[in-house]
Design a protein around this ligand. Structure first.
Ligand code: NAP
Ligand code: MG
Length: 478
């Protein structure tokens, strides 16, 4: 089969100014950390150091929480919803105006392809702020009573896979509801959160309403444990989520957890196959598979398995892996050396346990962290690659014969974040979706997001919902 060759189409880096060093964003200003510590963030596609970023310790976190408390009591809490909305609309518009800059920065700090940061992450980030800006003066209609009140100060900890989008999911509803926030980005991807801090300054957001404390796990732990936090919102691994649940147990803090997943993408024998192949590819190779709701387990009906896998392999040979800033790139860099190691180890376990591994021929750059799109067939339910979250571009294929078996296998996981169903039959979509223990079920599509739609998990994928009217509930007291 002829594969088209593309001329390089690089997006320019010059649109974004990366400072050599960054302080903490506390009370509306960038400040040097009391800790005196910093750590480097790198471009995972080249291993080039991008910047030195402050590492907040417990005393820095305390400063940020105090600033957030003052802003909550003096300014943001008492402010009329329609006035808060003006700030949020302003932030949303600045995000749109500066979206190219934000997209390039996201791609160089995270490794994701520019076509995704430009066409998916950034439009969704702006949409999230616009959506919650619209709620700020309508909280009485959120279904939470006639006069719902903010909780106070929110401590928010986010992961590295969608750095700016996870920030938007956390900050937009919190602010719309009248809370102030202290947010800790992931240590490998702090830069767009720091640019967002500059956008808060540009929008004249009152000091202390948004505070950004950069650092590693210890910084996150200090934030979660701070006694003057009213609400903790966490997105990340189930393991860290468990620790956080232990920390806040027995306190007045409210908690929402958005954790890992091991979604089943179920293809029935009457599915439109080419469309399903696109959905499978999107489900597991979008964002290098660094997606909590990735369709990492393909469940395909036995009678069409050979045909579907042929088409899927053919499609995978056309995926372009490489420079995230090239507009033709489909799969960018793995976010960190540590994550690459985890993907390699789990893939090796897949082979050792007897599954068959396949990747298209694919030349990987010499520097940086890379992993070719990978498919495992002959996977059984006991294999680690069928049970554990790989969080990389690795698909495990299992087969089934009857709808009941599909449901049984799909639900056979400690997680319950998302699922996909592919079939021409509307009645089957409804019947199967009803039996799946997953927070989101997509039908004849995958990885579709919208700020109006709630997102969240069952079982070990966490509790609470983000997005939509439901997302306000986590930030309001009745
Ligand atoms: P992680 O290790 O749990 O880290 C998430 C965040 O928590 C990071 O900012 C991390 O800081 C911080 N952290 C680490 N230890 C902490 C502690 N003891 N107390 C408080 N904070 C702590 O997860 P990750 O590897 O970055 O992200 C991948 C995971 O996130 C996957 O399991 C994925 O499924 C999940 N995820 C879920 C959703 C969802 O909506 N359900 C969305 C995206 C990702 P450092 O960066 O310094 O480690
Ligand atoms: Mg980085």
């Amino acid at each position: 089969m002829a594969v088209f060759e593309y001329a390089p189409a690089p997006e320019s880096r010059s649109i974004v100014d990366v400072q050599p060093t960054y302080g903490l964003f506390i009370n509306g200003e960038f400040t040097d950390p009391r800790s005196g510590e910093s750590r480097k963030t790198v471009n995972p596609a080249t291993e080039e150091v991008l910047a030195e970023v402050a590492e907040a310790d417990a005393s820095d976190v305390d400063d940020a929480v105090r600033a957030a408390r003052r802003a909550y009591e003096a300014v943001w809490g008492p402010m009329r919803g329609s006035d808060r909305a003006k700030y949020l609309f302003r932030i949303a518009r600045i995000i749109q105006e500066r979206s190219r800059e934000l997209a390039v920065l996201e791609s160089i700090d995270n490794g994701k392809p520019i076509k995704e940061s430009r066409d998916v992450d950034l439009p969704l980030v702006a949409a999230h702020f616009f959506y919650y800006a619209g709620w700020a003066d309508k909280l009485a209609y959120a279904g939470l009573g006639p006069d719902p009140k903010p909780l106070g100060v929110a401590g928010q900890v986010i992961p590295w896979n969608f750095p700016l989008l996870m920030l938007a999911w956390k900050i937009a509803p919190a602010l719309a509801a009248g809370n102030t926030v202290v947010l800790k980005p992931a240590e490998t991807t702090p830069l767009t959160a720091l640019l967002f801090a500059q956008i808060c300054q540009q929008a004249d957001l009152p000091p202390g309403v948004v505070n950004i404390v950069t650092g590693g796990g210890a910084t996150g732990a200090a934030l979660v444990a701070h006694p003057d936090i009213d609400k903790v919102a966490f997105t990340g691994s189930t393991e860290v989520g468990r620790q956080i649940a232990r920390t806040v147990a027995g306190t007045r803090k409210r908690l929402t957890l958005e954790l890992g997943g091991k979604a089943a993408n179920i293809v029935f024998d009457d599915a439109p196959l080419d469309q399903a192949v696109e959905g499978i590819v999107n489900g597991i190779f979008f964002n290098q598979g660094h997606v909590c709701c990735a369709g990492s387990r393909l469940l395909v009906q036995e009678s069409i398995a050979d045909e579907l896998l042929d088409r899927l392999k053919r499609r995978m040979t056309t995926l372009r892996v490489g420079d995230p800033l090239d507009k033709n790139t489909d799969i960018g860099a793995i976010n960190s050396a540590a994550q690459l190691e985890k993907i390699r180890a789990l893939s090796a376990a897949g082979e050792a346990e007897g599954a068959q591994r396949w990747s298209p021929p694919c030349e990987l750059p010499a520097r940086g962290y890379w992993f070719a799109p990978t498919l495992f067939t002959g996977v059984s339910q006991t294999h680690r690659i069928a049970r554990e979250e790989i969080f990389g571009p690795v698909l495990s294929v299992l087969t089934f014969r009857t709808p009941a078996e599909a449901v049984e296998k799909a639900n056979n996981t400690p997680y319950g974040l998302s699922a996909g169903i592919w079939t021409e039959k509307g009645s089957r979509i409804l019947a199967i979706a009803d039996q799946l223990r997953a927070g989101v079920v997509w039908a004849n599509t995958f990885n579709k997001f919208d700020p109006t739609s709630p997102f969240g998990g069952y079982k070990e994928s966490g509790y609470g919902r983000e997005g939509g009217r439901h997302g306000l509930e986590a930030y309001l007291a009745r």
